[in-house]
Design a protein around this ligand. Structure first.
Ligand SMILES: [Zn+2]
Ligand SMILES: [Zn+2]
Length: 150
């Protein structure tokens, strides 16, 4: 484990953007606020949230912000099969995701096996593995109870 460093999630977004060498722009700040307040949103949902927060912003500006923030490791992007991309603030905790096959809801679960990469295949073919992304599929509690007769 790395020695504990100050949690970058506690810093104001502008500090975090500058630390990554990024200009602080209103769309970037708004995207971060929206994703931080509700993890696992799709780009469309983020676009709607940003517009209701700061008014007219082009879809392109929001997608550019999402791409840049993901490339810089400030956001984490994942894409459950058959679903749209979802975004969350990256906290480096290597958590995994539970995805409901019925309603598409997503929950975080801590990794069962420790820090990144939590699982290494028996044969890596010369790859240096640094991350294992795990999606657990099933039915969420609401969908289970909805499908179970009383
Ligand atoms: Zn469900
Ligand atoms: Zn998550």
């Amino acid at each position: 484990m790395e020695p504990a460093s100050p949690d970058p999630g506690e810093q104001p977004w502008s500090i975090r953007l500058r630390a990554a060498g990024l200009r602080v722009t209103q769309p970037r700040l708004a995207v971060l606020d929206v994703v931080d307040s509700a993890p696992h949103l799709s780009a469309d949902q983020i676009t709607a949230g940003v517009r209701s927060a700061i008014g007219a912003v082009s879809t392109q500006a929001i997608y550019d912000a999402l791409n840049t923030l993901t490339e810089q490791g400030i956001l984490r992007r994942f894409e459950p099969a058959g679903s749209s991309m979802r975004f969350e603030v990256s906290v480096g905790d290597n958590h995994h995701h539970l995805v409901c096959r019925s309603c598409g809801s997503v929950r975080d679960v801590p990794c069962a096996l420790g820090s990144m990469p939590c699982a290494i295949p028996q044969e890596t073919e010369g790859f240096v593995v640094d991350e294992a992304e795990v999606t657990y599929w099933g039915l969420c509690a609401d969908c289970v109870s909805a499908s179970t007769p009383e």
